[in-house]
Design a protein around this ligand. Structure first.
Ligand SMILES: Nc1nc2c(ncn2[C@@H]2O[C@H](COP(=O)(O)OP(=O)(O)OP(=O)(O)O)[C@@H](O)[C@H]2O)c(=O)[nH]1
Ligand SMILES: [Mg+2]
Length: 293
């Protein structure tokens, strides 16, 4: 008899949910950055060992919504939590337990899913500093087990995965053997390009950017051609992204191309254009088309 189910990842922005997802899947299915609110959609990543398949549902960080985009992200978190077999509440050992974590813990209790807690980034603090954080974490959700981990270095991750696996219900596998995600390839590529943009921009710009892959084709074996649009909201943002003599967009393209090549396993020819798309974050139809629902 096989076992399997969905584990939703809830936590404040930037605590390391996507880093953990990639570590457990063993492949990059979600982009990562040190800016909050990097993840915008629910991303399913599959881990299989023996007769158990865990589908991790990486989610946007929980934060007060400011616009249609962030309102949808918050709604998505709530919906995915309700549809999951278990939830993993992730916090940062470096930041400790705060009001945001208590808010999320309360939401998890009302979603009535079994909760496990991960205190991530233990590599960033001393053992003495970690002890009180673990104690406070244990009080967030009564009965929830707490696992100190480093998603980046892997410490504590196998123990946590084993614990999650043990709680999965009996049932058929949800994904075919070998599948790592249900994310369409074009979307993964668009996200990898967005990651390259986020990592080179500051302040409001990372939040104002969305990437759409318009074309993915293979003109010959071993070569993919990707044409993508990078949306920003204002002309000045466009100017920044292009940079003096096009240097910025060139650097972004070089970094993104490397990531796309790794993801596709072939040489990539990447064409990027920057477009101004005012208020895309407030446009419900556009967000629907982007799959941010
Ligand atoms: N030192 C350290 N850094 C980590 C660890 N896990 C994640 N990070 C870093 O923390 C930052 C945020 O990581 P993400 O995985 O993007 O965080 P997230 O929770 O998915 O963030 P959102 O998608 O914005 O909600 C990145 O710079 C990661 O490299 C860890 O175990 N140790
Ligand atoms: Mg994320």
């Amino acid at each position: 008899m096989t076992r399997g189910g969905f584990v939703a990842l809830a936590g404040r922005p930037n605590v390391g949910k996507s880093t953990f997802t990639n570590a457990v899947v063993g492949e990059k299915v979600a982009i990562v950055s040190d800016r909050p609110q990097t993840t915008r959609r629910a991303i399913r990543g599959v881990h299989q060992s023996g007769d158990c398949q865990i589908v991790l549902v990486d989610l946007p960080g929980v934060q007060r919504p400011r616009d249609e985009l962030t309102a949808r992200m918050a709604r998505r978190v709530q919906q995915e939590l309700e549809g999951s077999d278990a939830a993993l509440l992730m916090l940062s050992a470096e930041q400790g337990v705060g009001p945001g974590d208590r808010f999320i813990a309360a939401a998890l209790e009302s979603a009535k899913v079994p909760v496990t807690i991960a205190v991530n980034k233990v590599d960033r603090c001393t053992r003495a500093a970690l002890v009180p954080v673990l104690a406070e974490a244990a009080e967030l959700v009564p009965g929830a087990e707490v696992f100190p981990i480093s998603a980046r270095r892997g410490a504590g991750v196998p123990e946590l995965v084993e614990h999650l696996a043990a709680s999965m219900p009996e049932g058929p596998f949800m994904f075919a053997a070998g599948a790592s995600t249900d994310q369409p390839r074009e979307l993964l590529l668009a996200e990898l390009i967005r990651e390259a943009v986020i990592r080179r921009t500051f302040q409001e710009l990372p939040h104002a950017v969305e990437v759409v892959v318009e074309e993915l084709e293979y003109p010959r074996e071993g070569l993919a051609r990707v044409r993508a649009l990078v949306w920003v909201e204002t002309d000045s943002q466009k100017g920044i992204l292009i940079g003096a003599h096009g240097r910025m967009i060139k650097a972004i393209g070089t970094a993104a191309r490397r990531e796309l090549q790794r993801a596709l396993g072939v040489q990539v020819h990447l064409e990027l254009s920057v477009r101004v798309r005012r208020d895309w974050r407030a446009d419900a139809d556009l967000l629907d088309r982007l799959g941010i629902t």
